[in-house]
Design a protein around this ligand. Structure first.
Ligand SMILES: Nc1ncnc2c1ncn2[C@@H]1O[C@H](COP(=O)(O)OP(=O)(O)O)[C@@H](O)[C@H]1O
Ligand SMILES: [Mg+2]
Length: 402
């Protein structure tokens, strides 16, 4: 029997309290839902928007029960939710996406094995559990290769690159193994990709499917820097990427939003890099660019509402605002010298299309995602130019003419 949709003012439970939870909470409150958030942090980016902030460690299952009892549905904004926390929530309210998506997405080895099982293309990889198995793996995969911890890596953390020459492979392997603290890992062939792209897609409780097309992603220091949509890729590539994303959502029986990150090689071949069973940084531009944002789509999916229209009103681009912008460097090689707020007036004065999003984080740190800016324009390239130029003005000192 079909369960009726959850309608406002039902309570949405969110595990995790960062910017993804915040933007979901904003979409939910706009539609009149209540939002309860659970995380170890107080006054968090999501907590500032939520009706109720539950503050406790994720393994405090009594607190988790109290939270889960207070809501009508539970979702999460990061995939490293401990299994016991997810299972406990699921005893009191539906958990979307379900435990299977979490289980696969929170471990790189399981993720890669899942892709192989479903005939989805990935770079060659081997499981690594010791220095000896790393050396065997290097024989098999060759170099360059990337050693990645199986769990809890993000923004390039928990990764070590092993490069030619192979004359001192033993010492390079030891250094890489030490760098990831001897954690269980995968060794992955380095992909000489031309571009990185992603597909953010949603699956409804009734199995319906909707996607935001292919988004092009530029990274800097392993962290997403600028996303542009729609990506300028051949229609055949776009079709394949969307079909692969749909296959992942179906195989994992996802109800909610999931993002698939791909490498696109020079000969037009797509390889799946990783998946995230939640809204994704590359999809932030859908807030302004699409009839329905990825956050509203997540809400619709988990509430059992019909999925929304994902049409692009215009091409768009998004640039991340990292904590680095809060620090002034007197010269590129110098240490961070002092700390001041970026020049938002200059950012917003660059172009009327620029939209500012700040996540309400109390402290800036280099590499920390503090906010983003989005612009819509006639082409994706133009939008990307606008956000890059606008962001560059964040460092303009007050009083210096622009
Ligand atoms: N096998 C690979 N070959 C080439 N570049 C890679 C490879 N794996 C990761 N990278 C680069 O590092 C970035 C971050 O790696 P990723 O596996 O997506 O981890 P996370 O985003 O969880 O930190 C990727 O977006 C890509 O730019
Ligand atoms: Mg990634």
């Amino acid at each position: 029997m079909k369960t009726p949709p959850l309608l406002p003012p039902a309570s949405i439970g969110i595990l995790g309290s960062g910017q993804l939870g915040r933007m979901l909470a904003i979409a939910a409150r706009q539609m009149g839902y209540r939002v309860h958030v659970f995380s170890p942090d107080r006054h968090s980016p999501t907590g500032q928007i939520a009706d109720q902030e539950f503050t406790a460690p994720y393994d405090d299952l009594d607190a988790v029960r109290q939270f889960a009892r207070s809501v009508d549905v539970v979702t999460y904004e990061f995939e490293n939710v401990p299994a016991a926390t997810a299972v406990t929530c699921a005893q009191f309210a539906p958990l979307h996406p379900g435990p299977q998506a979490l289980h696969v997405a929170q471990n790189r080895l399981r993720e890669k094995e899942f892709m192989v099982k479903h005939a989805l293309p990935v770079a060659p990889f081997v499981a690594v559990g010791s220095l000896a198995s790393l050396l065997v793996g290097l024989e098999e995969i060759g170099v360059p290769a990337i050693l990645k911890t199986a769990t809890s890596g993000y923004d390039g953390k928990g990764q070590a690159l092993i490069q030619p020459p192979t004359t001192n492979l033993q010492s390079q392997a030891t250094a890489a193994w030490d760098a990831i603290d001897h954690q269980s890992a995968i060794l992955e062939a380095f992909v000489d990709f031309e571009r990185e792209v992603s597909v953010v897609a949603a699956r409804g409780a009734d199995g319906s499917f909707a996607h935001f097309g292919v988004i092009a992603n530029d990274h800097a220091n392993h962290i997403l820097d600028v996303s542009t949509a729609p990506a300028n890729v051949p229609p055949k590539v776009a079709k394949e990427a969307v079909a692969m994303a749909q296959a992942v959502l179906e195989a994992l029986d996802v109800v909610g939003v999931l993002c698939v990150e791909f490498f696109l090689t020079g000969n037009g071949r797509l390889l799946i890099n990783e998946i995230a069973p939640r809204p994704h940084n590359s999809g932030h531009l859908t807030i302004e660019a699409c009839a329905t944002s990825q956050f509203e789509q997540q809400l619709r999916a988990i509430c059992g509402l019909p999925l929304g229209d994902t049409t692009y009103l215009k091409p768009a681009a998004m640039a991340n605002l990292l904590g680095d912008l809060w620090f002034q460097h007197d010269n590129p090689k110098s240490e961070i010298t002092n700390h001041q707020s970026p020049n938002w007036t200059a950012v917003l004065a660059h172009h009327p299309a620029v939209k500012l999003h700040l996540y309400g984080k109390q402290t800036a740190r280099p590499g920390r995602k503090m906010g983003h800016i989005t612009a819509l324009a006639a082409t994706g390239e133009e939008a990307a130019n606008i956000v890059r130029k606008a962001r560059a003005r964040a460092r303009a000192r007050v009083g210096i003419p622009l």
